[in-house]
Design a binder for this molecule. Sequence first.
Ligand code: FPP
Length: 251
Amino acid sequence: MSLVEKIDLQRIPRHIAIIMDGNGRWAKERNLDRSQGHRKGLDVVHEITNDAADLGVECLTLYAFSTENWNRPQAEVDALMALVVYGIERETPGMIENGVRLSVIGDTSRMPIEVQKRLQKCIEDTAGGKRITLNLALSYSARWEIINAAQQLAQKAADGIIKPQDINEETFAAHLTTAHLSDPDLLIRTGGELRISNFLLWQLSYAEFYFTNEYWPDFNKESLCRAIIEYQSRERRFGKTSEQVKTNDKA
Ligand code: FPP
């Protein structure tokens, strides 16, 4: 039985978030420049987006560049920005053809204007995509996002548009960058580290976490299947008892 056959297609995680780690170490082990690890990582983004769409995943959020990544050596930051432009240019026609819609979350105003323009153009060109949403977290950090939402709500309260008591989980979530998406069901982190590094702190409240030692450039369809099989073996209780969850499943 192949790994794909072991997956219950009725219980595919709707939204998968991935921390793509290990590009640098993958390159170092091959005596390559770190940028070549990122370049291979981009090819994996292409493959995994299509594999996820084939399995029926509706949204894939990828941590492509964190707020903290601005502190990397300038040459690496420049190489990553150039890679985003190259990736957008290379992938847009295929995305349109395959129903992949691009979405971006993060403080993109910090990115070079040329990168912002290309991203915006790709978002517009792929807006009709119905198969899967590829949501790229760029210049993103969850604390930045949460502060940003708090500031927007405080401003609305100060302007008399809302009352402080109107702020609840729903209104708060509506001011996050992911307001247009469901929360992730599954978080995958490659590269062996066991942390979430300022990624989707609010949205991951009830996600299942899956960590693998594989470096992102080595991640493939089988790796994705293994993560989904593990996800499907777990019972998501959302704070309820096992008995309550089983009764609800039958209803
Ligand atoms: C983490 O590996 C990876 C990144 C910081 C960048 C990931 C970006 C891409 C794969 C390209 C994305 C572009 C598009 C358009 C989708 P690391 O450098 O932290 O690896 P290390 O921990 O081994 O040093």
